[in-house]
Design a binder for this molecule. Structure first.
Ligand SMILES: NC(=O)c1ccc[n+]([C@@H]2O[C@H](COP(=O)([O-])OP(=O)(O)OC[C@H]3O[C@@H](n4cnc5c(N)ncnc54)[C@H](OP(=O)(O)O)[C@@H]3O)[C@@H](O)[C@H]2O)c1
Length: 267
């Protein structure tokens, strides 16, 4: 099992490609010769990256602005890509955002939109492409960008951690369903990565307090993700330090873990 071979008529669809991990995933897939379809809301950013990738790698790079919290817009994406004459062989479900604070203080609409983006859009796009990837000669690959936050509940990030637990569980189940059908599925579970994520989530101060050795760059994170997907790893955790943290988050009994998190978590 490997990533599908690039070809002139196939493409990797990368959501959340206007910044951070998604932009680096698109860069590294284009460097391997994959055409890319770049999706996010900010068209200027997408057009700039598409131009960069065409110039650097001679691939087709298409920018499609889309708000993935809108189910109709999400469902319309596969038709827009087909109209470009491109077949998706690699689906990168990366777009996402988080929030921080006591749930009772947070904006409920934004929390619900987060679930639409981090969970529902992943299901809608996977639903559109899984049957096609199973059917295609040469197989397919799906990356679901979850998070180390999905390994356990997090008081102070209740919705975000739950949304990433969903993403992780969904990806692990799809991995198991599809492995024998030549479709690789990996969940990417990074710890802190320096992108626009922390500022948007209101976690910039918390991220600043994380020691350097526990952080990975966006490009190292993307590299680990693509190498993991290439090997059809079920779960990819970039960086040794975070591997330890995720293991304890995943396997420590909740009755022990949650009071500790309530006491020490920096929100
Ligand atoms: N950075 C971290 O520490 C970290 C750790 C673990 C997991 N993650 C996960 O990694 C993924 C990528 O995040 P990042 O760190 O690269 O953060 P980022 O730099 O903020 O990138 C987020 C991407 O999602 C897109 N996006 C946000 N809302 C959207 C919407 N409604 N429709 C379409 N696209 C939307 C953004 O583009 P527009 O604003 O242009 O729409 C942007 O391209 C997320 O799923 C995040 O949860 C991040």
């Amino acid at each position: 099992m490997a990533l599908p071979e690039p070809s002139s008529t196939t493409a990797a669809l990368v959501t959340g490609a206007s910044s951070g991990i998604g932009a680096d995933l698109a860069r590294q897939l284009a460097a391997r010769g994959h055409n890319v379809v770049l999706v996010a809301r900010r068209p200027d950013r997408l057009e700039a990256l598409a131009g960069e990738l065409r110039d650097a790698h001679g691939v087709r790079a298409e920018a499609l602005a889309c708000d993935l919290t809108d189910p109709d817009a999400t469902d319309a994406l596969p038709g827009r890509i087909e109209a470009l004459g491109l077949e998706v062989s690699v689906l990168i479900n990366n777009a996402g955002y988080g929030s921080a604070g006591q749930f009772s203080d947070l904006d409920v609409q934004s929390e619900a939109d987060m679930v639409r983006l981090n969970c529902e859009a992943v299901v809608r796009l996977s639903g559109a492409y899984v049957p096609k990837l199973i059917a295609r000669d040469g197989g397919g690959a799906i990356l679901v960008v979850a998070s180390s936050a999905g390994m356990q509940p997090i008081p102070g990030q209740a919705t975000y951690a739950a949304s990433k637990a969903f993403a992780l569980s969904f990806a692990e189940a799809l991995h198991t369903e599809l492995s024998h059908l030549d479709v690789a599925v990996s969940a990417l579970c990074p710890g802190p990565v320096d992108t626009e994520f922390a500022a948007r989530a209101g976690l910039a101060d918390a991220f600043d307090g994380v020691p350097r050795f526990a952080r990975v760059s966006s490009s190292d994170c993307a590299k680990a993700a693509i190498e993991g997907l290439e090997k059809n790893k079920r779960v990819v955790v970039p960086g040794l330090a975070i591997k330890g943290v995720t293991l304890s988050g995943r396997y420590t009994p909740r009755a022990v873990l949650l009071p500790l998190m309530k006491r020490f978590y920096p929100v």
